[in-house]
Ligand binder design. Structure first.
Ligand code: 4NP
Length: 152
């Protein structure tokens, strides 16, 4: 079973959404994946995802409320087949930490390598809906590529 780790800064807004969406998609397809998420920072360890991420996921019938933030570990470097960064800073931080097989989520779908915007400081819930749509589209494309054997 292939293992996928989604990574953002705090592991409370973006990567928990990617984890929840990917888990739901992999249950719907025949492709069984082990999916997890983590933060490059240790700022929110143990915390549940932020309220707006929980809400936008629930609007799409995905419950991410039971996730807990954790930070990346050395063990993760050997464990995961694919490590998916939400933005370029996350990717650089992962490279510096020693990860090798890193992809940018925005390289999937139609986003041409765009960063998933950091919604932590968004006032409006609308921002989270945009982030959700982007993550959903890119994760769907990523899972298709894994399914088709098109991801090294
Ligand atoms: P995330 O969002 O990386 O998508 O989980 C953030 C969460 C917390 C902070 C920044 C971004 N923070 O500065 O505490």
């Amino acid at each position: 079973m292939k293992k996928v780790l989604f990574v953002c800064l705090g592991n409370i807004c973006r990567s928990p959404l990617a984890q929840g969406i990917a888990q739901q998609l992999s249950q719907k397809t025949n492709l069984k994946l082990e999916i997890d998420s983590a933060g490059t920072s240790a700022w929110h360890i143990g915390e549940a995802p932020c309220d707006n991420s929980v809400k936008v996921a629930l609007d799409h019938h995905i419950d991410i409320s039971q996730q807990h933030s954790r930070t990346i570990t050395n063990e993760d470097i050997h464990k995961f087949d694919y490590v998916i960064a939400m933005d370029k800073k996350n990717k650089t931080d992962l490279e510096n930490f020693g990860f090798k097989n890193i992809y940018l989520l925005g390289d999937f779908g139609e986003y041409k390598g765009a960063d998933v915007p950091d919604p932590y400081f968004f006032d409006a819930f609308e921002g989270f809906e945009k982030v959700y749509s982007m993550i959903e589209l890119c994760v769907t494309d990523m899972i298709q590529k894994i399914e088709q054997g098109n991801l090294k």
